[in-house]
Design a protein around this ligand. Structure first.
Ligand code: ACM
Length: 731
């Protein structure tokens, strides 16, 4: 299928995203074409009744989850039953998607008879927006919330204070917005060194009246707004406005560059009085049961050098500055708890001990979330590996400047918020997950929408639909209709790359099958096989074909062109011929299960440095994973052994790591995921004969998040972790 086409309703699927829990389609029967209100979910019952939609909110019905609903469409009309107003809303959101799918060019709407019974997998389905780095107008904040709600997200995490700007009016401290709401200028691109500023002040804040308006607007859409007031780090704008909050005399200025400031709030009584005053006004504005207090990226340098901070450590019997931060957060947590609010903080709040009622937002991978859930705390998963929507979503050569990373639509869709490491009862502490949109490099609403969509559409299904219901191929079949909805709303989403060119590939023959797809309606795919740029004059893709692969290999590049003039970024893959690598002839008894792991403690920035370093120790380990007894950073691992593959075949291996990793098989580099980086996945192929093949995985962890996994698949299979039975080593 080269492009989305009608009929919209295929028998097997109702193209709604997120996929409902159960759908029964009664083919052949249709709801008579009706005229429906434009925005169903926000329409009152009387107007709905006039359109033939019977809405019953029945508390205590068979539907237990307050967000659940059942929707019945027949030739007689539409009946929606929900246990609460929230369920009513989600039922109408689903109906709206059906209407958008079923509307023909003349505007008539035809929906097949069906019954949907639906409820969400997770109670917390969030989207975050940083308005500290780049202030956004109220109208856009509302639009952002409206779009979220159309995909059944229910939490808007509003990141309101930063080093680069304080964005919320606090009546008792007017200088927070007068002074802290403005920075002198903004650094240009990534011109840290030498620094280049744009010479243009950047200012903005929300009045309390505007905040109430946004909170009320969100509530109509069953979205809770969680405010974030950062402490003790990311507070330079507040400190600039009120320098007495710092441990030093300054001078201070609202920050014009990105990064982490060493100037943090000093743990003085003045600071607590200030924070409690600010939070008093915040609680009055936001009915949310949760209040986010940041807690991330707070360097301890100022506290180490501050007599006041050191005196607090002595007075409170604390061990060090980590415990001081923990004490700081506990004090705020207690204050919030006394007012019936719950504290959320980034995973740094684990360091030095978690406050009793705290909920942890896990961002440096999943490990903070795992630790918190194991301690019986609630968790929201927001790992940089899958849901940092400020990361690139395609090849950086063709994308607007972004902070880094690579988080494709498929990677978002593959996100699983419940880690394997948790037991069933621990995993109940995972309330859900959230996408984060940090705006260092996102200045405008259009830029934010480009990064958020369609990735938020993929995340909506991760959060709402059951794990069993999730299927990438099926999702791609439904995605055209979600994109149509985004088109109707004029969302500046990223036109997805051609699907079907996921990476370079090898063939054991002289041809390779090519099957390309675009979820864009009214679009065509063009391609080249000679390395040249794809233009409107390049050959048209007409359907799956077999591409000849010459001895020197061939690069296929393809692009999507939409009727309205939009085009996707180009996407390329290189295909080469290969032959089998013969297995080693080893007696079964010359090897034994597991791998040899060499552990090194050193600060390295490349896997190439590892082999020449002194080993701290060696051990035998069952799989390619972090052993669990390593120090948090500045170490490296080397895994040696044999990969005993069960049959002849073309194998694709992937390394997911933070920081770098490489896989060599028989001395040849198969996966190169080297370098200093956050969580990234890279893959490579090799043809292996059944039997053992010597291999090495090298990995290093410089700082920040730590992650390592080795995955495998064959054509048509899902990725899976390389099974322990495949690993052997010479004892
Ligand atoms: C974060 O990204 N600093 C939470």
């Amino acid at each position: 299928m080269a492009a989305a086409c009608s009929p919209a309703f295929l028998p097997a699927q109702v193209p709604v995203i997120p996929a409902p829990a159960t759908v029964i389609l009664r083919s052949g029967t249709w709801l008579p074409s009706v005229s429906l209100p434009a925005d169903l979910a926000l329409t009152g019952d009387e107007a709905l009744a006039r359109a033939g939609i019977d809405v019953q909110v029945v508390p205590g019905s068979a539907l237990v989850d307050p967000e659940s609903y059942s929707l019945d469409v027949s030739s007689k009309g539409v009946t929606l039953i929900a246990p609460s107003a929230a369920g009513r809303f989600y039922g109408l959101v689903t109906l709206q998607h059906l209407v958008n799918v079923g509307r023909d060019v003349a505007g008539a709407v035809r929906i097949p008879a069906l019954t949907i019974v639906d409820s969400p997998r997770f109670p917390y389905r969030g989207m975050h927006l940083d308005v500290g780095r780049h202030f956004q107008p109220v109208a856009f904040v509302k639009r952002y919330i409206d779009l979220m709600a159309r995909f059944k997200f229910n939490v808007f995490h509003w990141h309101l204070t930063e080093d680069q700007g304080w964005r919320i009016e606090i009546k008792k401290y007017p200088r927070l917005t007068e002074v802290g709401g403005c920075r002198a200028e903004t650094m240009v691109e990534k011109r840290f060194d030498p620094y280049v500023g744009d010479g243009t002040p950047h200012c903005g804040f929300y009045t309390q009246e505007e905040i109430r308006e946004v909170v009320a607007y969100a509530a109509e859409r069953f979205v809770t707004v969680i405010p974030e007031i950062e402490m003790p780090g990311h507070s330079l704008a507040a400190i600039t406005a009120y320098p007495e909050l710092a441990c030093t005399d300054g001078p201070f200025a609202v920050r014009t560059t990105w990064g982490v400031s060493e100037d943090v709030l000093c743990p003085s009584e003045r600071t607590f009085e200030f924070l409690q005053d600010v939070l008093t006004e915040v609680l009055d504005l936001f009915p949310s049961p949760y209040i986010h207090i940041g807690g991330d990226e707070a360097p301890k340098k100022r506290w180490k050098e501050s007599p006041l901070a050191q005196e607090v450590i002595r007075r409170e019997g604390l061990k060090d500055e980590d415990e001081l931060q923990s004490w700081f957060i506990r004090r705020i947590e207690r204050w919030l708890a006394e007012r019936d609010r719950r504290l959320i903080g980034w995973d740094e709040i684990l360091e030095g001990g978690l406050a009793p009622g705290a909920t942890v937002m896990s961002w440096r991978g999943m490990s903070g979330g795992i630790a918190a859930a194991q301690q019986g705390h609630d968790v929201i998963m927001t790992p940089g590996s899958h849901v940092y929507f400020d990361h690139y979503q395609g090849d950086p050569r063709f994308e607007p400047l972004a902070i880094g990373g690579l988080t494709t639509l498929e990677r978002v869709y593959g996100f699983e918020p419940i880690p394997e490491a948790l037991t069933a009862s621990q995993s109940r502490h995972v309330l859900g997950a959230q996408a984060n949109l940090w705006t260092e490099y996102l200045k405008t609403p259009a830029a934010i929408e480009y990064m958020a969509y369609p990735r938020a559409v993929a995340l909506s299904e991760v959060l709402w639909s059951s794990r069993e219901r999730r299927d990438w191929g099926d999702f791609l079949g439904r995605l055209p209709y979600a994109l149509r909805t985004l088109d109707m709303l004029r969302v500046n989403y990223r036109v997805p790359d051609v699907i079907g060119l996921e990476g370079d590939a090898l063939t054991l023959g002289t041809r390779i099958p090519v099957a390309l797809f675009t979820p864009m309606g009214g679009a065509i795919i063009r391609y080249t096989v000679d390395g040249s740029d794809v233009t409107m004059a390049s050959p048209l893709y007409r359907g799956p074909f077999e591409l000849p692969v010459p001895a020197e290999g061939v690069t296929l590049t393809a692009r999507v062109f939409v009727r309205d003039g939009r085009a996707s970024a180009p996407r390329s893959a290189t295909f080469r011929r290969t032959t089998y690598r013969e297995a080693e002839r080893l007696g079964r008894r010359s090897t034994t299960g597991g791998l040899r792991l060499t552990y090194v403690e050193a600060a390295v920035r490349s896997t190439a440095a590892i082999d020449s370093l002194q080993a701290e120790r060696t051990e035998v380990i069952a799989r390619v994973r972090r052993p669990g007894n390593e120090r948090p950073e500045q170490y490296a691992l080397r895994f040696d052994g044999y990969l005993d593959v069960p049959q002849d075949g073309l194998y694709e291996f992937a390394l997911t790591s933070d920081d770098g990793s490489v896989l060599d098989i028989g001395g040849a580099r198969v996966v190169d995921n080297d370098g200093l980086h956050g969580s990234e996945q890279k893959s490579g192929m090799i043809a292996l004969r059944k039997g053992p093949h010597p291999f090495v995985v090298r990995y290093f962890q410089a700082g920040g998040g730590a992650e390592l996994g080795l995955f495998v698949r064959r054509a048509g299979e899902e990725w899976r972790e390389v099974p322990a039975e495949w690993f052997r080593h010479a004892p």
